[in-house]
Every structure is written in structure tokens, then in C-alpha cells.
Design a protein around this ligand. Structure first.
Ligand SMILES: C[S@@+](CC[C@H](N)C(=O)[O-])C[C@H]1O[C@@H](n2cnc3c(N)ncnc32)[C@H](O)[C@@H]1O
Length: 275
């Protein structure tokens, strides 16, 4: 499968790509991703929500949007899916291809900005999880890209950080929930930040720390999905996350949580294209 053209659909895409390119080496060496452990175990590494809500994938064509270094893409492939991962970071895709080779697992990795994605194939499942929509400036274009790559009867599944969680300050010295003064649930423009760390290694010193991240209210996400012609099957909210967003979270064996589960940290949505 050939790579789609590198189209700049938003002015911030190239800045974000530079940031993601500089994260790859840090992530590959991190405990968070534990690439060596994944290769050695040769077992799918997916969270329990995604596994339950996506369901059976064996023999299905699955497109993974914003696949990063391919751990989830290859996990779906280990479960029998014919998986394709897409990301705009060539360095991340190289790692995905290398892990696939070491595992001797078949999967395609394609470079593209998601909003401009134009593959010559459609899929039973379009999947995206954990840290995807905040990178999207044009939500409608992103959802339309997902929808046009679905077969009739296929579904889009997104499991991602809840926009409400983005409202709270996550600086390490903060010990309780506190609204971040620069955040706004209904903010329309991407917000610039310059953090040298990354969730997989908060102490890292990234050479390209600048990012632009969007805020997409839940209603806007549901509406964009409906406008793209997909029928929403469910929308769920969860009080836990896969990473330690706040210093005062505790780990329960699979998830990071805040005592008392006071706010939503993740949401999931599944939406189907008419068959
Ligand atoms: C937080 S990571 C996704 C993490 C992934 N679920 C995992 O656990 O490895 C976000 C990914 O989105 C990619 N990305 C950000 N904006 C993008 C865009 N406009 N088009 C394609 N990929 C993009 C980044 O390169 C990065 O790999």
C-alpha cells in the first residue's frame, strides 16, 4: 500500500509532527511502552475497555488511526485482524514496521495526516485510542476521513481522553483537582504549549516541545459523527485513564484513577455506517 501524500490540512500539523518525531526515540526506550517486553511476550497489549467494546476482530480489516509506534496496531494483528496503522510521523511508523518484523506479524503502516487520508481500501473497523482527538484541529475533516474508509456495516470506535479532564491543571506540584486558568471547554482554537516532557517520560527534554492541541466538547464529537452519516451505537464515560494525568492519581493494576472517581477521564463512542 502506498503512502498518502503529506498534505498540510492545518497550519499546526507540521509543528505537531516535529514534536511527535522527537518523542519517538524517548517512547521506544521508555518503561511506559516497554517495546522489548511486547516483542518478547508476543501477546496483544490492549486495555480491557477497548477489547470489550471493539469485540471480535479475527479476519476483519482494521484501520488504526494515529497508530504511533504500532503497539495497538500489532496487538489487533496478533488477535487476527488484517491491520493497517496510519500516523503522520515517519519515525513512529519505522518503529512499527520494525516491531512487526521482529514479531513476524503482518501489518501495513502508512504515513498521512489523518484529515487528508485517502487510501484505496475500506475497512470493517476504524479504531483510534488514547491521545487522538486533542491533536485534531478540524474535527469534521478527521471524522469524515474515518467514515470514508469504512465499509457499509463497518464501525468507527474511538476511546480517548475526555475533554472535561483537559480542563484541569496537571502540573506535578498540584495535589488536587484545580481548573487550569488557560483552559476552556468551548475553546475553538488549538492551544499552544511548550512542555519538554512526554506522558511516557515526564522528565524527558524534547528538542521540539511546542504543540498545538484542540479541545472538542462531547456534543461536538457526537454531532461530527452524525454529520458524517454514521449512527451512534453507544457513548460511554469512564473515571480512569491509562496514564498518570495528575500526580495525585493511584494505579489499580490496570488504570490510573482519582480517589472517589469524581470526573470523567475517558470516553468511548462506537458509530456504524449503514449497511
Ligand atoms: C498519543 S499518540 C497515540 C497513542 C497510541 N494510541 C498509543 O498508545 O501508542 C498520538 C499519535 O497521533 C499522531 N498524530 C498527531 N496528529 C496527527 C495527524 N494530524 N495525523 C496523523 N497522526 C497524527 C502522533 O504522531 C502520535 O503518534
Amino acid at each position: 500500500m502506498s503512502d498518502t501524500k503529506r498534505t498540510e490540512s492545518a497550519p499546526h500539523v507540521s509543528v505537531n509532527r516535529q514534536n511527535w518525531e522527537s518523542r519517538v526515540a524517548v517512547h521506544v526506550g521508555s518503561k511506559f511502552y516497554d517495546v522489548a517486553g511486547f516483542v518478547q511476550a508476543r501477546k496483544p497489549r490492549l486495555d480491557s475497555i477497548a477489547l470489550a467494546e471493539v469485540g471480535e476482530v479475527a479476519g476483519r480489516d482494521l484501520l488504526h488511526l494515529q497508530c504511533h509506534i504500532g503497539i495497538d496496531t500489532l496487538s489487533w494483528a496478533l488477535l487476527g485482524a488484517k491491520a493497517t496503522g496510519v500516523d503522520f510521523s515517519p519515525a513512529a511508523l519505522e518503529v512499527g514496521r520494525d516491531i512487526a518484523q521482529r514479531l513476524d506479524v503482518d501489518a501495513d503502516f502508512v504515513e498521512s495526516d489523518i484529515s487528508a487520508l485517502a487510501l484505496d481500501k475500506t475497512y470493517d473497523i476504524v479504531f483510534a485510542s488514547h491521545g487522538v482527538l486533542c491533536w485534531v484541529a478540524d474535527l469534521k475533516a478527521w471524522v469524515q476521513a474515518a467514515a470514508r474508509h469504512l465499509k457499509p456495516g463497518g464501525f468507527l470506535y474511538v476511546l480517548d481522553g475526555h475533554p472535561v479532564a483537559q480542563l484541569f491543571a496537571s502540573d506535578p506540584e498540584i495535589t488536587k483537582l484545580q481548573i487550569h486558568p488557560g483552559q476552556h471547554y468551548f475553546r475553538e482554537q488549538p492551544r499552544r504549549s511548550a512542555w519538554e516532557g512526554t506522558y511516557a517520560d515526564p522528565k524527558a527534554k524534547l528538542p521540539n516541545p511546542v504543540t498545538y492541541q484542540g479541545m472538542h466538547p462531547i456534543a461536538e464529537i457526537v454531532q461530527a459523527i452524525r454529520d458524517a452519516g454514521l449512527a451512534v451505537e453507544f457513548l460511554h464515560e469512564f473515571p480512569m485513564d491509562t496514564w498518570q494525568r495528575f500526580s495525585f492519581m493511584t494505579h489499580d493494576g490496570e488504570w490510573w484513577r482519582i480517589a472517589g472517581d469524581p470526573i470523567p477521564l475517558l470516553f468511548s463512542i462506537r458509530a456504524r455506517k449503514e449497511g
